[in-house]
Each structure stands twice: as C-alpha cells, then as structure tokens.
Design a protein around this ligand. Structure first.
Ligand code: ADP
Ligand code: MG
Length: 535
C-alpha cells in the first residue's frame, strides 16, 4: 500500500497488485471483523463452566487432544482469519498472566463484539463505542475491587486455598477427583512459595505423567523423579540419607585397545589379565565407597559383570541416565557432575533425604524418586491416568490450579464465581450509565448487557433457561443487595456462591474484563482490511 497525491494535491492510496487483493472498508470491515470474532467466541461458549462441554481436536499428524481449556482449544485450532487470531492471542495472554479464566475472557469479548455490532447498526461511531466500553470496564474493575473479599490462609490452614483450586478444577474433565488434585496443587505451591516476598516460582514445580494406574494415584513428590531403575534387581530399593556420586565418565574397566598387542598363551596369563581388570573395577568401586557415596548415578552403562560386582560390594547404582536428568539431579541434590573418575571427592557428592525405587503395580515400570533434596525445594506432581490424553488434560488442569493458588498468594482477594461477580458488575455499570450524558451511555449499557452473557452461558451450559435464570438471580441480587448470588450450575439447591464455596481470584476476574475490553476496542478501531484474495 502506498500513499500518493494527484495533481490537486489530494491524497489517494495505491494498492499494489490491486486485482489480487480484496479490500473491506468502513462499516463493512468492522462487521466482518466482528463476525469473525463472534464465531470464535461461539465455539468456546459451550465449554464454559462446570457443566461445559469438552472439545476434541485432531492435529494434522493425527494426534488427538481432548480438552476443556479455552487457551488450549484455540491454540490447537487452525484459524487463519486475522481477527480470529487476535482472539487466540487474547486467550493466550490470559493464560500467560493468570492461568485460569481463558474461556471466560473469550466469551466476554464475544459478547462485547455482539453488543457493539448492534450499536454500529444504530449508527453510533465505533470510536464512541470503544470509549464507552473503556469507561464501563473501569467501572466494572473498580466494582470488583469493591465486592472482593480478603481471605486469609496460613501455611497450616490450607483449606481456603484448596477450595479455590477446586472451583477451577470443577469445570475440567478431571473434576471427579478435584479434591485430591486441588490439595496436591496447593501443597506443591506452598512448598515452593516464598511467603514473605509473596511470590511463587512455578518452574520449581515439575508436572510429570506416566500412563497407567488411576487418576487417584496422582501424587506429590517432594523432590524429583527419574524414569530409571536400579541397575540390579537385588540392590536396595530405598536409600536413606543418600550421598550420590554423579558420574559422566564410564564406570567400568577400560576396554583393551586393539592397537596394543597382548600375548596370552597360557591359561595363567589370561587369569592374571582377568583379575587385573576385575581389580581395576574393584578399585573404582572402592574409591566411590571411600569418598562416602551410597549411590552412583551414571550417564554410561556398565556390563553385567560390573553390575554384579556393584551388587556384591553393596553400592547401588543407576545407569544410562540422560544428560538433562543428570543435570537436574545435580542441581537438586547440590552435587557436582564428575566427568573424570580421579576427580571424585566427598564435596562433589549430592545429597538427598531419601532415594527410592517405586514399581507400579503388575507392570514392570519402575521409577526412581529422589526426595528431600539438599539444595532445592523443587517438587514434582506425578500424574497417573488411563491414557495419554487424560494425562495431558490433567497436566493442563493442574496448571490452571497451580496458577490460581499462585495468584492467591500474590494477592489474596477473591470474588465469588458462578457468574455472580459479573451480574453484580452488570448492575453497577448499568446504574452508572445514567450519569453519562453523551452517546457513550449506550455503549456503557451495552457493556452491562455483555457482562450478563457469562452467567447466561453458564446457565445455558447447565441446561437451565438462560434468560429466566439470569433475571431471577439478578433481581435477587438487587433485592437483597448481595453480590453473592450466581448460577447454581451443579443443582446444589442454593445459588449463593458463598455458601457453595465457588470463588475466583480478584486479579483473574479483573484481568478478564480488561483484556476483553482491550481486544474489542482494537477490533472496533480497524476500518480497513486489505488481504490477498483467494485464488
Ligand atoms: P475458564 O477457562 O474461563 O476458567 P471454566 O470452564 O473453568 O472456564 O469456567 C469458569 C466459570 O465457571 C467461572 O465463571 C466460574 O465461576 C464458574 N464455575 C466454576 N465452578 C462452578 C460451580 N461449581 N458452580 C457455578 N459456577 C461455577
Ligand atoms: Mg477455569
């Protein structure tokens, strides 16, 4: 595209290769963009809430993902419309900042777009709509602050944290054992959290999975796991207070080089050679024992004879451990990787409170747990499940729960869920609209209506009459001046979300509203779409 001027100095735009491009301008462009955005939101709408539907997505190479997580659905969907991509970005940024609420944010943006479309049809300029939305979002965010509750927890009383994580997990496929997973997530976060600085480094929590067992067998390990086993089945399965030698050098006698000529012409000479080799290895084992190692973790293998000897000398060993895992072990246990055998010294040993080999049921699968490491509080959440898809979805759900717990540690304010916060904001925004004399008033009202779409979607997905349910709850909120009434998705019998213990973090909800507004404003401000036309 280039800007040029005609002979009277009037500017005009030259579209290069005009015939190969399509162009939408003005209201046409906005309408096309809005409908693209709405289309994406419509896909996610049915996934919102505890009764939301799951999606199955197949990648080009045939991998199947089953998920309920908004960010994941959009990530895996192959969208090529620019505006649709913005919605994907929207969900991703919510995921990045907050971790939870990725579906809700897109539903909210979709509703805002839908309302904007009506306003545009009535002839209101997009910029006015955008400004009105901006004002309304500020009112809503403030109102959220106003209805939020501080909620206290201590490292000893984790129940409130667990409850919040349970709300997050209740809308996932894994909600069958949400209590168990929520407890694991909270314990994991608390064990790596820095409560003084109010920060949590989620990188310290590794989430691993192995197919097999049940979801209920998922456990929290105060340490790291390595997908290896002891090199000999008769070695001890459990080593307390382990001192670990981490070797990247071969742990076996050097092989005779073929260049050398060894003349062996008698049985005795062969015996001597054999004994020599044995002694060589024996010395190596002795050296390990001398520096105090009680476990050897080796990047290389050793042959069966060496293995047997190690077992005899009572020095448990693990072989063929990958480089990455070796580094992880070294960092966690505070040990040093020893590249040459001569360099092995007592200071270079890593330390761990407990190293144990765990075997899983009747399968031959074994893993090594290195727990209570000296140098690190890193923990591992070890997921079990019937198949790979389940484990992947559990990983994503746990990620959400971990993020929620982290957010609460950063800022312990909460608002109640089930759409109650949105309804309360909607009432507040609606009331504030009257104070604005300009055209923005319409946009602000439209914003209030858009806020209602979240509880409506929740009701719809739970098989309730959306409009009737919403209006009943809304009037209840107004009548009793109580922002805790929401949608009773699970048919518990009360729609007081406080009694149901359904809550979400304040920053998560605020972020949802802010991000959704921002994207919608951005979409509304686009009035020219130039794209290569299809062939
Ligand atoms: P997101 O990806 O946006 O987190 P979810 O599918 O997790 O989407 O749904 C979250 C919505 O479901 C929130 O509005 C939350 O308040 C609501 N919700 C979660 N659990 C319940 C429940 N037990 N009863 C009512 N609403 C719930
Ligand atoms: Mg959620």
């Amino acid at each position: 595209m280039a800007l040029a001027f005609d002979e009277y100095g009037r500017p005009f735009i030259i579209l290069k290769e005009q015939d190969q491009k399509t162009r939408l301008r003005g209201i046409e462009a906005q309408k096309a963009n809005i409908s693209a955005g709405k289309a994406v939101a419509r896909i996610l709408r049915t996934s919102l809430g505890p009764k939301g539907m799951d999606k199955i997505l197949q990648s080009p190479d045939g991998d199947v993902t089953i998920t309920n997580d908004g960010a994941t659905i959009l990530e895996q969907m192959d969208v090529d419309n620019q505006i649709a991509k913005l919605m994907v970005e929207l969900s991703r940024s919510q995921d990045y900042e907050i971790g939870d609420g990725t579906t809700g944010v897109v539903v909210m943006a979709g509703a805002l777009l839908e309302q904007a479309e009506r306003l545009l049809e009535r002839g209101i300029h997009p910029i006015r709509v955008a400004e009105g939305y901006e004002m309304a979002s500020r009112i809503a965010v403030e109102h959220l602050e106003h209805i939020s509750k501080k909620f206290d927890f201590e490292a000893t009383n984790i129940e409130p944290l667990v409850q919040t994580c349970m709300t997050t997990l209740s809308s996932k496929i894994v909600n069958r054992c949400k209590r168990h997973l929520a407890e694991i997530s909270v314990k994991a976060v608390l064990s790596v959290a820095d409560l003084d600085r109010k920060d949590v480094n989620l990188d310290m929590i590794k989430v691993e999975g192995k197919v097999g067992g049940k979801l209920e067998d998922t456990e929290l390990i105060y340490g790291i796991t390595v997908d290896k086993d002891m090199s000999h089945p008769q070695m001890p399965k459990q080593i307390e207070d382990a001192k670990i030698a981490i070797l990247t050098c071969p742990f076996e006698p050097p092989k005779p080089k073929t260049k050398h000529k060894v003349d062996i012409d008698t049985v005795e000479k062969f015996q001597t050679l054999r004994l020599q080799e044995q002694k060589y290895f024996d010395d190596m084992v002795q050296k390990c024992k001398d520096v105090g190692a009680t476990l050897v973790i080796c990047q290389w293998g050793f042959d069966d004879e060496a293995n047997h000897l190690l077992m005899h000398r009572n020095l448990p060993a693990v072989r063929w451990v990958g480089g990455v895992e070796l580094e992880l072990i070294a960092i966690a246990t505070g040990g040093r990787i020893v590249p040459r055998f001569q360099e092995l010294t007592p200071e270079k040993l890593g330390r761990a409170g407990l190293v144990r080999e765990k075997s899983f049921g009747t399968t031959k699968d074994k893993m090594l747990y290195i727990e209570h490491c000296a140098n690190s509080r890193a923990v591992t959440i070890f997921i079990r499940g019937g198949n790979k898809m389940m484990i992947e979805e559990t990983k994503r759900s746990i990620h959400d729960a971990l993020c929620v717990a982290r957010n609460l540690i950063r800022n312990n304010s909460i608002v109640y869920g089930g759409g109650s916060a949105e309804i309360s904001c909607s009432i507040a925004v609606e009331a504030a609209a009257d104070k604005y004399p300009g055209v923005e008033q319409y946009a602000i009202r439209a914003f209030a209506d858009a806020l209602d779409s979240v509880p409506m979607a929740l009701a719809e997905n739970s098989g309730l009459q959306p409009i009737e349910t919403l209006s009943a709850v809304k009037s209840q909120q107004i009548k009793e001046n109580n922002p805790h009434y929401g949608i009773d998705c699970n048919d518990v019998g009360t729609n007081n979300m406080r009694q149901q213990d359904v809550f979400e973090t304040l920053i998560g909800k605020q972020q949802q509203i802010l991000l959704a507004t921002q994207v919608v404003k951005m979409i509304l401000k686009i009035d020219d779409v130039i794209s290569p036309s299809d062939y």
